[in-house]
Design a protein around this ligand. Structure first.
Ligand SMILES: [Zn+2]
Length: 281
């Protein structure tokens, strides 16, 4: 594969597993062709950390602002004003991650739906696209988004792991999908591997979801289980293989999609970093 430029649309870089070596993680990402990363905000505190991190590295990072369904029960209405203010921050390029997760029901489903609905309204008011999370809650998730068709058309379902039928529902709403290293798992990722070729190329983006979901195809296998944005090319290569497309073409398409979707501009950085390197402007 020749040199590519990638955007990691979902990396939990405020996670404490990166506390010891965050600058080196960003450096390795750049060296691997990952020109920009979007730091996922999954609670109000986590979002504020993500924004602070993006402010320290504005040439490579932006953030999302939201409350993950696991934290829905701890998100009283009174915090909506705080989130509305955070969503207005220019470093925030999407509302989320928000959505529904019935896998372990860390928050009761009714609380999850309340927090999701609240965030849909805040996203609409802020005019920002949606960064969505869904696990084992497909029917309720689709039903809630159907009530907000214009918003849904500006949404990306991150870490899509479903099969063809779930994909059809998402595409009908106008959603884009984010593909993670789940696709690199021969066994667990089988439905996703079959569904990925059905995603219209203009609706596809890639992400690591670091530090989670270490791609199983990495060789040599890293010494520890932590995923990081420098491993995004493994996701690209596997997605391209499933789609029978050259990875370079899929890189160009997914990077273009991410820039359009999140309103990012990548340009040659004059006087910053090594000449010819693309940076966020
Ligand atoms: Zn998620």
């Amino acid at each position: 594969m020749t040199a590519v430029t990638l955007v990691d649309i979902g990396a939990n870089l405020a996670h404490d597993s990166f506390d010891a070596d965050r600058p080196a993680v960003l450096e390795r990402a750049r060296a691997a062709g990952v020109a920009a990363m979007i730091v996922t905000g999954s609670s109000l505190d986590d979002t504020e950390n993500a924004i602070a991190l993006a402010r320290r590295h504005p040439q490579v990072l932006r953030a999302t602002a939201g409350v993950h369904p696991h934290h829905a029960a701890g998100f009283p209405d009174i915090d909506a004003g705080r989130l509305a203010a955070i969503l207005a921050d220019p470093m925030v390029v999407a509302a989320g991650e928000c959505g529904l997760d019935y896998f372990r029901n860390f928050s009761p489903p009714a609380e999850q739906r309340r927090a999701f609905e609240l965030q849909l309204r805040l996203a609409a008011a802020a005019g920002k696209p949606l960064f969505l999370h869904q696990r084992e809650a497909h029917a309720d998730f689709i039903a809630m988004l159907r009530a907000h068709p214009q918003l849904a058309a500006r949404g990306v379902l991150h870490c899509f792991t479903g099969g063809a039928a779930e994909l059809e529902d998402c595409l009908a709403l106008g959603l884009s999908v984010g593909i993670t290293g789940w696709i690199c798992d021969e066994r667990r990722g089988q439905a996703l591997r079959e569904a990925t070729p059905r995603v219209p190329i203009e609706r596809l983006m890639i992400e690591t979801d670091a530090p989670y979901l270490l791609p199983r195809t990495l060789r040599p296998k890293p010494a520890h289980r932590r995923n990081e944005p420098a491993f995004l090319p493994a996701v690209l290569v596997e997605a391209a293989r499933c789609r029978s497309e050259p990875p370079e073409a899929l890189a160009a398409a997914t990077t273009g999609n991410a820039c359009r979707f999140f309103g990012l501009t990548l340009a040659r950085g004059a006087g910053t970093g090594s000449p010819g390197t693309l940076i966020l402007v």
